[in-house]
Design a protein around this ligand. Structure first.
Ligand SMILES: O=C1O[C@H](COP(=O)(O)O)[C@@H](O)[C@H](O)[C@H]1O
Length: 229
């Protein structure tokens, strides 16, 4: 990959403010994408941080029927499990809950993790590149379900779109691949707290040491939305 593009930092006092600002920025991009190409493909994170962003984004009046959503990653659990990212996204994002937007579910591909990853990979291969990725980041620098030290996952070939992740001491997961995340038209990172701010600063210094370095090294650059609390 060529030289890293610009790192644009948007800093806020509260996660509510960061979420509103990111939702506004994503909504503007989605509107322009649908006007230009008739559709858009958006990936959003799971975990604890993005609920307010998803509520705010879903309140925008957009042509949701032309915007396909997917999670950046999923825990390999039942769809109604508390840990399911899709369950959280459905609860927070009104256009999905109300059946107004298409959704690529990472659930329902069977009980075998490797087979489910292969099935998801086949589905994603039929889709165009992601237009927008909103990613979260764990305090260990992981993005989607790409965890530090998981070398095979972090160095998956560019032909891989989805993969199985088995981080130690955590439930297995399905994740968008490094190539699929890196190749998106636009990527924003939504994080909060001093600890994640410090991790991001370390990753800027040493991108190869943290999975979030995959996003920092994108030639198209990265927008970071950080909230103090
Ligand atoms: O496990 C996950 O963690 C990251 C970060 O989550 P957060 O709770 O620290 O915000 C998230 O982006 C990812 O989608 C999720 O599966």
């Amino acid at each position: 990959m060529s030289a890293a593009g610009p790192l644009i930092r948007h800093r806020f006092e509260t996660l509510a403010d960061a979420s509103e600002a990111l939702a506004e920025a994503v909504a503007i991009r989605l509107r322009a994408l649908v006007a230009a190409q008739g559709r858009a493909l958006l990936a959003v994170p799971g975990g604890t941080t993005p609920a307010r962003f998803l509520v705010a984004l879903g309140a925008h009046d957009l042509p949701w029927e032309g915007i396909t959503l997917m999670p950046t990653d999923e825990r390999f659990v039942a769809p109604d499990d508390q840990a399911s990212n899709e369950r959280m996204i459905r609860a927070a994002f009104a256009p999905l809950r109300e059946g107004r937007t298409p959704f690529v579910s990472f659930h329902n591909a069977g009980d075998d993790l490797a087979a489910a990853a292969a099935s998801l990979d086949r589905v994603l291969k039929t889709l165009p590149p992601l237009d927008i990725v909103v990613s979260g980041m764990g305090a260990d620098g992981h993005i989607a379900s790409l965890f530090p030290g998981e070398t095979a996952v972090l160095t998956a070939p560019a032909s891989v779109h989805a993969l199985a992740a088995t981080p130690p001491d955590l439930p297995p997961r399905l994740s968008l691949s490094p190539a699929r995340l890196q190749g998106a038209g636009h990527v924003a990172l939504l994080i909060s707290g001093q600890e994640k701010d410090r991790v991001l600063a370390s990753a800027v210094e040493l991108p190869g040491a943290f999975p979030v370095g995959l996003l920092l090294s994108r030639p198209q650059g990265l927008d970071v939305y950080w909230a103090k609390a």
